[in-house]
Design a protein around this ligand. Structure first.
Ligand code: NAI
Ligand code: MG
Length: 333
């Protein structure tokens, strides 16, 4: 049984007098920097003024949010704790060019996803602390929960601990972002990285999207109106998941009809068959043996052409076309 850590287990004083450089003011960077600053932590932002030859909106946003914004290398030099919140596929090159030279003895390197440490895109010097502080949530929800006086759950991990203080720093950062209000688990870098990649591929993003698309396609191919299929297979998903979030599967089952509950038991396992579970096991293996990471980094270094083509194609899929139409209708009300 893992121990769940709460506010009482963490001490914000550990961060007193320390400067945290948040590198990358995107989804996570902005949410984490704002929460930490609101909790009294001294936060500076390391960003890139021009990105892909155009002015970087994230830089401008950080300035508008009244942070001290500076080039990544300068922020890494000034900071005691360097929290890298760039897209995972860019940590390696940016670390090598701008951060590495500033990772001097006594500093802390932090991230919110262990990908680059586990798959060795970053190999930090032995005399720096290496920690992870990761929300188990999308960034927007993290900030909303913090502003509501609560927080989302989080994970912490310690990889290198020459200062003997690394866990206290990780916990203090987790507290500053509200994670210890909801509850924080301590894990290893490998556990977080493998579990996170597996979850997003097979259940949360990959699995969910393909499930909804398959259901939607079956209905429209059988001649049902796309709007009805959308309500059924996509829109209602949130309402159902909200019930599970609030009270587990049994709460959802208690609220849906007996007919729906019976369908869940009788038909569900015929859809998510043992073959699906076998595919999930294969996906987990490819995450654990580095195969997935190798392919993704290759795709990204090659200009992410397949990713961009898939992104474009999805926008044209009837599920998205119908969704846009339905949301516009809601907004006109
Ligand atoms: P993001 O996609 O929002 O990008 C962050 C910023 O990095 C951008 O705003 C941009 O200014 C900068 N950037 C982009 N490409 C760059 C490049 N080539 N060179 C220099 N700077 C560049 O990143 P996101 O989604 O916030 O992810 C950051 C980290 O947080 C990742 O490690 C991710 O796994 C982790 N994470 C993200 C979550 C989320 O809700 N998005 C949830 C949990 C963890
Ligand atoms: Mg995830």
């Amino acid at each position: 049984m893992v121990k769940i850590l709460h506010d009482k287990d963490a001490d914000l004083k550990v961060l007193k007098g320390k400067t945290v450089a948040v590198i990358g003011y995107g989804s996570q960077g902005s949410a984490q920097a704002l929460c930490m600053r609101d909790s009294g932590v001294n936060v500076i932002i390391g960003e890139t003024k021009m990105l892909n030859k155009v002015p970087n909106k994230s830089w401008q946003r950080a300035v508008a949010d009244k942070f001290k914004v500076m080039p990544i290398s300068e922020a890494a030099e000034k900071a005691d704790i360097v929290q890298i919140l760039l897209p995972d596929e860019w940590h390696g090159p940016v670390y090598a060019n701008e951060i590495k030279k500033h990772m001097k003895k006594g500093k802390t390197l932090c991230c919110s996803h262990g990908f680059n440490i586990v798959f060795k895109q970053i190999v930090p010097p032995k005399d720096v602390d290496v920690i992870m502080v990761a929300p188990k949530s999308p960034a927007t929800e993290e900030r909303k929960a913090y502003l509501a006086g609560f927080g989302v759950p989080g994970l912490i991990a310690v990889r290198q601990n020459p200062s003997r203080n690394a866990k206290k720093v990780a916990l203090a950062m987790a507290k500053a972002m509200g994670f210890t209000k909801a509850g924080c688990l301590e894990c290893t870098f490998e556990q977080e990285t493998y579990e996170d990649l597996f979850g997003e591929q097979t259940v949360l993003c990959g699995g969910l999207v393909e499930l909804m698309k398959a259901g939607f396609e079956v209905l429209i191919e059988a001649g049902y109106p796309p709007e009805m299929a959308y309500f059924e297979c996509v829109h209602e998903m949130k309402l159902i998941v909200d019930l599970i979030y609030e009270g587990g599967i049994q709460k959802m089952n208690a609220i849906i009809s007996n007919t729906a509950e019976w369908g869940e038991y009788a038909v569900g396992p015929k859809i998510i068959t043992p073959a699906v579970k076998a595919s999930m096991k294969k996906a987990l293996k490819e995450v654990e043996n580095g195969e997935f990471a190798k392919k993704w980094l290759k795709e990204s270094r090659g200009g992410a052409k397949t990713l961009l083509a898939k992104r474009l194609a999805l926008g044209k899929h009837p599920i998205e076309v119908t969704g846009r139409k339905i949301r516009a209708m809601f907004e006109n009300k």
